[in-house]
Write a protein that binds this ligand. Structure first.
Ligand code: ARG
Length: 403
């Protein structure tokens, strides 16, 4: 085994990474520095400090990354209307490059030669962490204990924890918890009963949204302001990116917006089933499409829609810091120069529907489209020639086919 001098661990404070601290110390006999990112997971992070301290960690970093997360990762992604496999808003995928970026920065600062993470060998997250580290600092080694140790199941993990006096958390019902990943954009829940896609997800997996059936009978009307493709205000009140997403999570959650029960294709090759809750993100996607609908040129909008699945797949697969993602981002960002204005939506029993939009940079022209008489010159005869020429090849084709 190569000699490692110092390791920076991406530490959530949860069971897996608490065990990993111990395992790294035992296996490599070197100093472990912990880094815990506050991404708005809604958990107290001070317990992470206490636990790390108890494990003998001297250098403990807890960093509030909420604004950076939303401003530099979530919003750029939203400009693309990114969805993986048509449905997934990429809440976990988009957080990994940010965590990796800070892991690398801390590693450089403290002179560590390796970084470590608690992602398993079956998931996407290991790929995302490590591709990002490769792209940001190729000299750093990456340690992935889940791929190295001989713990093979959650059962064995619990036994290891017991042996080393590491406290094992359980959920409210006293059971082992689901595998949960939460941040300001979403909560993702996997594992246990959810591993059978034929089973209906029990109600207690949902954490930040009410069941639409139980949502208020009165709809809520909200207005979101956009500037150059990014949301900047809610109901006329300007907000920072993280504050805005937090506000929309609250509003959406109350109305049961943004639940998704999905079977997806992991990069590594298997299918997996997860429950996602993305209330604010779901509202923002609808609102962003709403503002684009009146401000983007048709060909620009359609080109964005063509590249979107590719862009989403790059993020899902962990290629945030890859040249092709940056190239697509430049295209997307350029398209947003006039995507400004306001969108009003109705939140009601699980839905977020656009009900009106307005912009100082309109491409929409009521005068042009109107069924009534209009001041704008539009010669209806032009449409006749337009159709005749578009139909030219269809007439030749049909004649040849003997229709
Ligand atoms: N399947 C999702 C993704 O790859 C979420 C992964 C993390 N979630 C979890 N519950 N461990 O983006």
């Amino acid at each position: 085994m190569t000699k490692i001098e110092k390791i920076v661990l991406s530490y959530s404070g949860g069971l897996d990474t608490s065990i990993i601290i111990k395992w790294l110390q035992e296996t490599y006999g070197c100093e472990v520095v912990t880094f815990t990112a506050d991404l708005g997971q809604g958990e107290e992070l001070e317990p992470a400090r206490t636990k790390a301290k108890m494990s003998g960690v001297k250098d403990i970093r807890i960093v509030d990354l909420r604004e950076e997360f939303v401003r530099d990762f979530v919003f750029p992604m939203l400009r693309a209307n990114a969805l993986y496999e048509g449905q997934y808003l990429l809440g976990s995928s988009i957080a990994r490059p940010l965590i990796a970026k800070h892991l690398v920065a801390i590693a450089r600062e403290v002179g560590a030669d390796a970084v470590a993470h608690g992602a398993t060998g079956k998931g996407n997250d290991q790929v995302r962490f490590e591709l990002a580290v490769n792209a940001l600092d190729p000299s750093l080694k990456v340690i992935a204990p889940w791929r190295q140790w001989n713990i093979r199941s959650r059962m064995q993990l619990l036994e290891y924890a017991e042996k080393h006096h590491i406290p094992v958390p359980s959920d409210k019902r006293g059971e082992a918890p689901f595998s949960i990943d939460a941040n300001l954009l979403h909560t993702s829940t996997e594992g246990k009963i959810l591993e059978n896609p034929a089973e209906v997800a029990p109600d207690h997996v949902y954490q930040r949204t009410v069941d639409p059936v139980d949502a208020p009978d009165t709809p809520e009307i909200i207005t979101i302001g956009f500037e150059r493709g990014d949301p900047v205000s809610v109901n006329g009140k300007s907000m920072t990116p993280a504050a805005l997403l937090t506000e929309l999570n609250g509003l959406g959650g109350q109305h049961g917006v943004g639940r998704l029960d999905l079977v997806e294709n992991r990069f590594i090759g298997m299918k997996s089933r997860g429950i996602y809750e993305t209330p604010g993100g779901t509202i923002l996607l609808a609102a962003h499409r709403g503002i684009e609908s009146i401000t983007l040129d048709r060909a620009a909008a359609h080109l964005k829609d063509e590249i979107m699945p590719r862009y989403a797949e790059l993020i899902y697969n962990g290629f945030w810091f890859a040249p092709e993602r940056e190239m697509l981002q430049a295209l997307i960002d350029q398209s947003q120069a006039f995507v400004s204005g306001e969108v009003t939506l109705r939140l009601y029993k699980g839905s977020a529907s656009v009900i009106s939009r307005a912009s100082p940079c309109l491409l929409y022209s009521a005068d042009l489209v109107t069924f009534e008489e209009s001041a704008i010159a539009f010669d209806h005869h032009d449409a006749e020639g337009f159709i005749r020429l578009n139909g030219l090849r269809l007439r030749s084709w049909a004649a040849r086919n003997g229709r």
